[in-house]
Design a binder for this molecule. Sequence first.
Ligand code: SAM
Length: 245
Amino acid sequence: MCAVGDSPLDGYSLLDFNAPLSDARSYELIGGLGVVTGATVVDYGCGWAELLLRAVGHVPGARGLGVDSDAAAIARGNANVAARGLRNRVELSVADVTTWEAEPADVAVSIGASHAWGGTAATLAAMRARLKPGGRLLLGDGFWEREPNARAAEVFAPGELGTMSELVDSALAGGYRLLGLAAAGRDEWDSFESRWCAAREHWLLANPDHPDAERVRAVVDEHRDGWLKGYRDSLGFAYLTLVRR
Ligand SMILES: C[S@@+](CC[C@H](N)C(=O)[O-])C[C@H]1O[C@@H](n2cnc3c(N)ncnc32)[C@H](O)[C@@H]1O
């Protein structure tokens, strides 16, 4: 897979979020987090921190901390921090989420980063330990909307994901109450996946004879195949707004 910064291809350049998430839903989710002046929002596995910047940018006096192991993603985030005048309120760090330490937060965010902690249950436990009592968590995580076919099972190991109700049950069992539930729609998924592919297709058009072209073409063909013949009709992505008990 081509990561952000893989020279000379930025495979995420056409994405707003590294998740199936529309502008409209991002603001709905932010609204559900109840960020207030003086609150600290911490995004674990923030990527280029678009959701964090929107959440903090909306509330004067709120503070944001973001952490991700991808230095190029954090560099993109830092450029946006400066461009949006948020330098005095947002700090982004390149680090491993599992060893990075911060004060307990009012609001925590973990979108598409459960693998960093070893799965959903471990993520819920880690976020709970990093939240103040009564703090809110926005968890973005995968689930099976329908039984995966064989091609989808090649992309996501069997047992890696459960159903939506199993996801909610693990949040309840993990010491949270559920304040809000949403799932990415077909448009959000198709927009996310096709823009992921399009960044590579545009690069291939501009660099047909580049020594990496064959590798990039193989990566995007494999990805499109796994999406369209595999998980497009079965994979869901849930956004759970949770409150820590
Ligand atoms: C699917 S992306 C989601 C990014 C972001 N939350 C968003 O929605 O745009 C998952 C992110 O988790 C980060 N990540 C994975 N394992 C990590 C770890 N152990 N420490 C820090 N970041 C990690 C990746 O670098 C990547 O940016």
